[in-house]
Design a protein around this ligand. Structure first.
Ligand SMILES: [Zn+2]
Length: 230
């Protein structure tokens, strides 16, 4: 009798222990999972313009907003493959206020903000090449590198990856997506769509992929140099 009761008690304790362990695991797993997710580096990609705002009009009449979205979506996919947490400020042809774009990035605690635009010049179809704009004189609040350095790293990578002309990194204080974002932020002008050849190139998947690969390469370099950011 005694040994049978003892056996039952042991079995009871074992079952209670197992239930407790399962309960604790279920309780903590979402937290642990959440922790892993929050360690992912958040990148916000901002396809410029949209909806009623077409942006620049290309040499052959293409809208900047459409090319911005195509390149941004490719960039989104590539960065997700690299295990970044990626957020688009728009994923379709819709109008979004510039301030909302910056606020979204602030709210989601992005590590980097990248606005994607095409360039154009009125009455000049000969100029081509890439520019990267950044907000001047602000030290990064995350990591060691400031906006200027981020702009330069991405520019170098884009020039190497595409063979396009380097039209320089340019300080811009007046752009809302750059001056209202609290993280390192750049605006990439991937090329002049007012230039016939550059517009044609920018409409192909092949060249868009090269642009995207080059941006990703630059970002990977930025994160590897920005030690606090890993
Ligand atoms: Zn634009």
């Amino acid at each position: 009798m005694r040994s049978k009761t003892g056996g039952r008690i042991r079995l009871f304790i074992l079952i209670i222990s197992l239930i407790s362990i399962i309960f604790i695991m279920l309780k903590w797993m979402p937290f642990i999972d959440g922790e892993f997710k929050s360690l992912k580096r958040v990148i916000v990609i901002d396809p410029g313009h949209g909806g009623e705002d077409p942006g620049a009009i290309g040499f052959s009449g293409n809208y900047e907003k459409d090319i911005n979205l195509e390149i941004s979506k490719k960039l989104y996919e590539k960065l997700k493959e690299k295990d970044y947490k990626v957020i688009l400020t728009r994923d379709k042809d819709e109008y979004v206020e510039n301030l909302s774009r910056a606020e979204l990035a602030n709210k989601r605690r992005a590590r980097v903000f990248i606005s994607v635009h095409g360039n154009s010049l009125e009455n000049n179809s000969s100029v081509d090449g890439i520019q990267v704009l950044y907000y001047p004189n602000r030290e990064s609040t995350i990591g060691d590198l400031d906006n200027n350095e981020l702009a330069q790293i991405v520019m170098n990578s884009m020039i190497n990856g595409t063979g396009a002309k380097d039209r320089g990194t340019i300080e811009r204080e007046d752009l809302i997506v750059l001056n209202q974002t609290k993280m390192p932020a750049i605006l990439i002008e991937y090329g002049f769509i007012s230039n016939e050849n550059e517009e044609k190139r920018l409409l192909t998947d092949e060249y868009q992929n090269r642009v995207v690969e080059a941006i990703v390469y630059g970002l990977e370099e930025y994160f590897s140099l920005n030690l606090d950011n890993n």
